[in-house]
Design a protein around this ligand. Structure first.
Ligand code: PHE
Length: 466
């Protein structure tokens, strides 16, 4: 059977942008910011989107379009080595963890969408979150969210993912801009801004490696980089056009949506005098529910807001499910519908653990996902720089304009050398953190450099390209 491909260039861009724009922009971002010292985190995060996220996104595009296969098949076929195929299993594992907690939050969103219409949370917006967040009912709503995700992936690349994101993305933009316009009419918009523009240098200095790791993770999370989803989406590209231009478009769009979402959320919170700096996955829900329950037309605004969030969450969750589906379809010839249904069921089992155990959810959604995305990206970058080498620059140049052609070589050095050095720091800190070992910064640095050099030497001996 011939492999599917996107119908149009816009179709690919919308699908990839749909993967990027999601709960990361609206829900995870304020949570991570509050947990990591506020404004210092924000600045670092924005810089990292540009420095690590965009070159990383392009590396995934290059691998995907070159191989026209899922991440496991892509790494093994391009390197002609099954060992790289084993490395390619990391993204499969990552998407399992991603979707297992993302679908819990998707369930919360659906619950609040219904709750806004019926007014269910209006009497006790604070206590409501705690009463619904974890437990059997959370599993039920999670199941609905997973079923909706599977229904789209069921339809395939063109009739499922492309057709859905073509409708969802414009709807998100229109509704969100409408909400933001309404948000600026609330008092408190200015206070919201100044909270974010103050810079806490002392906090950053004391917790540098931790904040760096979290900011890197969030930068990758928001762009859907490091999970292999962008490899998968780019593998459905039929013709050559500028990957650099498409990547830049997606990154700019994702950041703009983040800013516009901020224009909706922060005035709402400040107009209500609600605690913005409060940490935890539920803080945003509690605060917004408080706002919607007191504002005039709060019900309507609540429905629109959680409606937008539902669309944004679904356009991302389908990309998480598509990766393992593509893996089963490409590598084992499993029929797409069977693969989709089977995996959705499996994810519900894994996901239910997150929906029943808040501690598991917290660990997976913050620490573990950050670490897996950084680790996955590190592997993709080393692969691009040291296995693909000049093939990568050639692929980068295919269909690119004159600027893209000039950028290809500097890009290869950035992804092959500079970023892997940096990412080994965040991965090392992350692993030490998970293992609960605390070492002085100098030791972490020494360990990371040793690991990076060992990786370079090993790769150079297996095939020297750079
Ligand atoms: N980028 C998505 C968001 O912001 C999350 C995501 C991460 C999707 C990794 C796919 C892969 O919500």
């Amino acid at each position: 059977m011939t492999r599917e491909s996107w119908t149009t260039r816009t179709g690919f861009i919308l699908a990839a942008a749909g993967s990027a724009v999601g709960l990361g922009n609206v829900w995870r971002f304020p949570w991570m910011t509050a947990q990591n010292g506020g404004s210092a985190f924000l600045m670092l995060y924005l810089a990292l989107v540009l420095i690590v996220g965009v070159p990383g996104l392009l590396a995934e595009f290059v691998i995907g379009r070159r191989a026209r296969r899922n991440p496991v098949g892509a790494l093994s076929s391009l390197s002609e080595s099954d060992r790289w195929g084993v490395v390619g299993l990391i993204p499969v594992v990552t998407t399992v963890f991603l979707l297992s907690f993302y679908s819990v939050v998707g369930g919360w969103i659906l619950r609040y969408l219904v709750g806004s219409a019926t007014g269910a949370y209006f009497d006790a917006p604070g206590a409501y979150f705690d009463s619904i967040a974890f437990g059997p009912e959370a599993v039920a709503f999670q199941a609905v969210f997973l079923a909706a995700t599977a229904a789209i992936v069921f339809g395939g690349v063109r009739r499922g993912i492309e057709a859905a994101t073509k409708v969802m993305m414009p709807a998100i933009v229109v509704l969100l801009v409408g909400l933001a316009a309404w948000g600026t009419t609330l008092s408190g918009a200015g206070d919201g801004l100044s909270f974010f523009l103050s810079f806490d240098a002392a906090y950053l200095r004391e917790n540098f490696f931790d904040v760096l790791g979290a900011a890197t993770g969030q930068a990758l999370f928001t762009l859907s980089v490091g999970a292999g989803t962008m490899i998968t989406y780019a593998s459905y590209l039929g013709e050559d056009r500028s990957l650099a231009a498409d990547g830049a478009t997606i990154a700019v769009f994702n950041t703009l949506i983040g800013v516009v979402a901020g224009l909706v959320v922060f005035p709402l919170l400040f107009a209500q005098d609600l605690p913005v700096g409060e940490s935890g996955p539920g803080a945003l829900f509690v605060s917004l529910a408080g706002a919607f329950s007191t504002l005039p037309a709060g019900r309507l605004v609540g429905v629109v807001f959680f409606g937008v969030m539902t669309l944004a969450a679904l356009s991302s969750s389908i990309s998480m499910l598509e990766l393992p589906v593509a893996f089963l379809v490409d590598e084992y010839d499993v029929e797409r519908r069977r693969a989709t249904a089977g995996l959705a069921g499996l994810f519900l089992v894994f996901g239910a653990v997150n929906a029943l155990r808040p501690a598991v959810f917290d660990f997976v959604a913050s620490t573990l996902v950050d670490l897996l995305l950084s680790l996955g990206l590190l592997c993709f970058l080393l692969f691009t720089g040291w296995v693909l080498g000049t093939d990568a620059t050639e692929e980068f140049r295919n269909g690119a304009g004159s600027l893209g052609r000039v950028l290809a070589l500097p890009w290869l050095y950035v992804v092959g050398v500079v970023l892997p050095l940096g990412l080994t720091f965040t991965v090392t800190t992350g692993v030490l953190g998970v293992a609960n070992v605390s070492l002085p910064s100098a030791a972490v640095a020494a360990l990371s450099v040793t690991a990076a050099v060992a990786a370079f030497v090993g790769l150079r001996r297996s095939r020297s390209v750079l």
